[in-house]
Design a protein around this ligand. Sequence first.
Ligand code: FEO
Length: 172
Amino acid sequence: MNPAPAEIDVFSRPHSRIKRLVDSYSQKLSATDFSDYTALKSFLSSLRFTFKEFKTHENIENECIMEKLKNRLNYHKVMVEEVAEVHSDDCLGKMNKLVEDGWIRTDSCSHSRDEMALIGNQLADALRKFTDSFLPHMQEEEEIFQPLLMKYFTYDELKEIRGDVLRKHSLF
Ligand code: FEO
């Protein structure tokens, strides 16, 4: 499959940023001593920012891309299951909640090292599972949704959509 021309590629630039954030927390996952209060709290703090950014990314995609794509496919009476169900599992919302719960559970530093390690390890397991589905999700958007967009939207329409997407991600 040929890559989409850069000026109508609506996914690659935001996804580059998202993938850097995934790399960053993946490295911290293996390097953080969860039984150390300061290290655990710092990890949770960076995750809170990361998952807020991921959620913003998803909201922008829903508003600027997915709703338009669904409407266009409806107009052409085309049903594409992946589009109908995109983001419906709310993986991001669930992961965001786990991070916030972890943040609240560690509000006080009265936990023992074992308790903090347990909280950190539970979060790490969930984070690994999330990542195992999030990376293929982005790949699906790039490899299935981008060609669909190119089939059902004009070049100029896609340039405009990409502009909206980048502006809302502050990537201009
Ligand atoms: Fe680009 Fe739906 O994550």
